[in-house]
Design a protein around this ligand. Structure first.
Ligand code: PLP
Length: 954
């Protein structure tokens, strides 16, 4: 045995959980070795006949040294660029207990409310904070970034006022002083859906009845704090809606957008303790008036009750928005930025209203100091009113820049005669000497006076904030570190994460998020870079990103990659825009029909509509395969307008269709392009590739296949890879002198790209392939164990599944009045998170164990499923009551089981400790089954006011 080889491949055995139980598992499936299993699962015609071109695996220790060396190529300068991204101080208690804590970062989107009350509460805090500060009653639980949030507001207004064709109000006004990256993104989003974007000066613009909306920035791009009330009133008289992009910290001192009359407010919550990370991930916010509550993009957390009438939280209204509404969905947002919203919310919980105000006061006072010092030195400020940003007009730009750079200071240079700077929470008095010195003639030393007791307001009195905010108990309780640490822990304990048990969510790939992959994210060289710094200061980032792009191209068998989209759905949108631009360049702008199989994820049709395409649905056969006859007919029928097809491979039914190449060639024959949704790449890496099945473009969910944690509903990254012919049409970014951005930052949530990079470098070519093989082995092992107890839907001709499989629960509705939901909730009593429910087939669950689970854990899950089957059988056979049984009453909380009264026919032990293993690792759901309809009928999506807690206590 080569002991050094063993060392270099050790990560593989840490990542792949069942590596030492291979033979036992194969024998349950009835296969002799992995090769024969794979041969029977993955069709020959699409197999990759080469090794991946990825360097050999590194040990975890070697990787950490490697990434530290690369980190040194990033330079951490003192940066005052602002423009929506600010230095901030992440309180260490939040860094350690949330950002670096798998109890928070490995969670999934809180679909299963009973085991998600912790993050639901934290997200409700986020919504409350946003609603209070913006002065608007309804806020969502985060979006991807400020620029995309602005675009969501634009489309929300557009869809509200333009229900009929032809479009009567096609125009949207955007003030010239909105951040440039936002304006660029609005342009990208406006074009395909025929919105005419009109840029101008709000002071002189004429808004008439052809405008459906307008956008303003507050404080604006130059830093000016402007009273927009008159403009908003005029827009309203013409029937147009107004969205203000804004800054939550500034709103602790400034009159809120709601009070100024705005219909929506958007922005980034980054500066509330979330590291810069070279562009992300950060949580954007979106708040609006009550009348838009059913059209808000993204997730809203609402207050409801549980089966015992107790307060319980859940995702309200749009829970599965895209799945239900598909092409009529309000947006394609699925993964957003929950983890970062939780961090921002905790920052507000920790500092409270006074603390936040104090930070804002300090920032604006220091800004005033700089502004006065520059005025004294004869500089001309663009605006007399500002919060944290001033813009100087000068003919000395080059000299000032040289001096700033010599001191390792980044200022912003928005025009040939303009210099802007933004002060932030990290700026201290000493910094001001260096900063002012950049503008100094060096004849006299920098000096200024500072009155510590003074609070200043650098804006018109009419914009002084008078209204109260964050008066709720949660923002006024946790001031000491012990208190906050315990509050965070208390919430964490309510949530089932990967550090409790496996989360076998089909289509979501909840695999190991290894500590070594994540640790570097806490290093300043990676997490404190501003996204718009010059390239030379981010050499480490560029090195990693270039290498990662190459690996992703190799893995997908494609030629080029854009790392910009910051979620899977954004990747879909970016990919479709690429196809659209390609057709237009070929002289075929009319090609706008997108074929989408019935089994597709809801984001596919939602993204197609955003890209200005018409959706035509393709049928499935009884075995789950795409119906080739229907496909042929539809491709032929729309031959002249065909833009392409969106397929998922293996299909969302968990099968490698042998017909995939036929599907792609039919579409190509009719001039269409093939988009592959990469959600299921965990079944492809190293075995086949999108390029080999005939696709032209795909996105990769780096938060699935490539180990980025799900964070309780984000972050994510959805880069797209394309064939050579599509390369010229990939998204650009203003900072690179190009356009058509799909994210606010040029590399999306750049910081988390380190995770897939680490994943690829520590597994190496062989490890990556092995991970795929074990994902397939694990799924087939579980399938084989469950097959004699449940009907398994959609296997291939050899009776096998890919990396996931669907268990049919529909028969139990008739036989025992048991629904999929009852099984999902009962699994909680056994200590497990439910698999994906009712996608892609209603009444089923889809299980995806991933390669990271070991046999013992999978066995516990299978034992739980088999025990549940027996509980159903007892109902079927009349041994258990149809209404009062462990499934219908699931989940069982500690309070219910320990109550003095136990009214059920089954025992407390059967309820809470149904199998022996549960006694060793009991996870208690914190509420009983949550009532969904109650919450939607009585929508409450902010924390209750202080008085309601007092009433409860009384
Ligand atoms: C098949 C499929 N496509 C697309 C998506 C959307 O990806 P994201 O949530 O990253 O936007 C998902 C998400 O679960 C999915 O399962």
């Amino acid at each position: 045995m080569d002991i050094l080889h063993k060392q270099s491949t050790e990560f593989s055995s840490r990542h792949v959980g069942s590596i030492n139980q291979t033979q036992e598992m194969l024998s349950v499936i009835g296969e002799k070795d992995i090769a024969s299993l794979i041969n029977k699962s993955v069709p020959d015609t699409i197999r990759m006949d080469r090794q991946l071109n990825v360097p050999a695996a590194m040990t975890e220790h070697a990787y950490l040294q490697h990434i530290r060396t690369i980190a040194q190529q990033n330079q951490v300068w003192k940066t005052y660029i602002g423009q929506g991204y600010y230095n901030t101080i992440t309180p260490a208690v939040i860094l350690r207990n949330i950002f670096e804590n798998p109890g928070w970062y490995t969670q999934y989107t809180p679909y299963q409310a009973e085991i998600s009350q912790g993050r639901l509460e934290s997200l409700l805090n986020f919504q409350t904070m946003v609603a209070d500060l913006t002065g608007l009653p309804i806020a969502n639980a985060s979006l991807l970034d400020e620029a995309t949030a602005a675009a969501e507001a634009m489309t929300m207004f557009f869809n509200t006022l333009n229900k009929q064709e032809p479009i009567e109000r096609p125009r949207f006004f955007v003030d010239q002083d909105v951040f440039p990256q936002t304006k660029d993104l609005l342009r990208t989003r406006a074009l395909p859906i025929q919105i005419e974007l009109v840029e101008g000066d709000y002071k002189t613009a004429t808004i008439d009845e052809t405008f459906f909306g307008a956008m303003l920035q507050y404080p604006n791009d130059k830093g000016a704090v402007v009273d927009y009330q008159a403009f908003i009133q005029t827009a309203h008289t013409q029937g147009a809606f107004v969205v203000m992009a804004t800054d939550l910290l500034a709103l602790t001192l400034l009159t809120s957008p709601g009070e100024l009359g705005a219909d929506a407010a958007v922005g980034s919550a980054q500066r509330l303790g979330v590291p810069l990370g070279f562009g992300g991930p950060h949580a954007a916010f979106f708040a609006t008036r009550d009348e838009f509550k059913r059209n808000i993009p993204g997730r809203i957390i609402g207050v409801s009750i549980d089966a015992k009438g107790k307060r319980a939280l859940r995702m309200a209204l749009q829970t599965r928005e895209q799945h239900i509404k598909r092409e009529k969905a309000t947006s394609n947002i699925c993964t957003a930025q929950a983890l970062l919203a939780n961090m921002a919310a905790m920052y507000a919980v920790y500092h409270g209203p006074d603390g936040l105000k104090n930070i804002a006061n300090r920032i604006t006072t220091l800004t005033r100091l700089v502004a006065e010092a520059l005025k004294e030195r004869g500089y001309n400020l663009i605006s007399a009113y500002y919060f944290d940003t001033i813009t100087v007009q000068t003919d000395r730009v080059a000299a000032i820049r040289t001096k700033a750079e010599a001191q390792h200071i980044n200022l912003r240079y928005p025009g040939h005669d303009l210099i802007a700077l933004s002060i932030d929470e990290t700026t201290n008095l000493e910094d001001l000497y260096d900063l002012i010195n950049c503008f100094e003639d060096d004849k006299q030393p920098v000096s200024f006076s500072f009155d510590k007791s003074q609070t200043v307001s650098n804006w018109p009195d009419a914009l002084n904030r008078i209204s109260a905010y964050l008066t709720q108990a949660v923002f006024n309780t946790h001031r000491s570190e012990s208190q906050l640490m315990r509050y965070i822990k208390q919430l964490e304990n309510k949530d089932l994460s990967l550090n409790t048990s496996m989360i076998s969510l089909g289509s979501c790939t909840m695999k190991l998020n290894a500590a070594s992959e994540i640790i570097p994210l806490s290093w300043p060289e990676w997490n404190s870079l501003h996204p718009f710094i010059p390239k030379e200061q981010a050499k480490g980032y560029h090195l990693v990103m270039e290498e990662l792009s190459q690996h992703l191209c190799d893995i997908t068998a494609f030629d080029a990659c854009s790392l910009q989209p910051n979620s899977g759905a954004q990747g879909e949108y970016a990919g479709l825009l690429t196809i659209r631009a390609y057709h237009a360049a070929q002289g075929n702008p009319h090609r706008d029909v997108m074929l989408i199989p019935i089994s597709a994820h809801g984001t596919n049709p939602a993204s197609a509509v955003m890209a200005g395409m018409k959706v035509v649905v393709v049928k499935a056969l009884a075995n789950g395969y795409i119906d080739l006859d229907d496909l042929r007919q539809k491709a032929e029928g729309h031959s002249n307008q065909l833009a392409g097809i969106m397929i998922t491979y293996p299909s969302t039914y968990g099968v490698y269709e042998e017909t995939v190449k036929e599907i792609t060639s039919i579409v190509h024959l009719h001039g269409g392009q093939v988009y592959m949704d990469g959600a299921n790449m965990n079944a492809q890496v190293g075995l086949t590739a999108p390029g080999l099945i005939g696709a032209d473009v795909c996105h990769l969910n780096l938060h699935k296949t490539f180990a980025i944690p799900h964070g309780g509903g984000g972050p994510g990254m959805g880069p797209i890879c394309v064939k050579e012919h599509l390369k010229p049409y990939l998204p650009g970014h203003i900072t690179q002198g190009t356009a058509d951005a799909v994210s606010g930052a040029p590399y999306g949530s750049a910081m988390i790209l380190l995770i897939p990079y680490a994943y690829i470098r520590m597994l190496g070519a062989a490890g990556l392939k092995e991970a795929t093989e074990y994902a397939i082995l694990n799924a087939n092992y579980m399938r084989a164990r469950l097959a004699s107890h449940y009907d398994i839907l959609f296997t291939n001709q050899n009776g096998q599944c890919a990396h996931e499989f669907i268990v049919d629960l529909r028969p139990f509705k008739k036989s025992a009045e048991i629904e999929a939901e009852d099984v999902a909730k009962r699994l909680m009593d056994y200590g497990f998170h439910s698999p994906t429910m009712s996608f892609p087939v209603a009444g089923t669950i889809m299980i995806e164990p991933t390669e990271s689970e070991d046999k013992a854990e999978m066995d516990r899950f299978c034992d739980a499923m088999i025990a549940i089957r027996e509980e159903i059988r007892a109902i079927e056979e009349g041994k258990s009551d149809k209404k009062d049984n462990p499934l219908k009453n699931a989940p069982h909380t500690q309070a219910t089981v320990l109550a003095d009264r136990w009214p059920h026919a089954y025992t407390r032990t059967e309820a809470a400790f149904p199998l022996y293993y549960v006694t060793h690792n009991k996870f208690w759901p914190s509420v009983s089954r949550v009532n969904n309809t109650h919450g939607d009928r009585n929508l409450i999506c902010t924390c209750e006011p202080m008085e309601s807690y007092l009433q409860e206590k009384a």
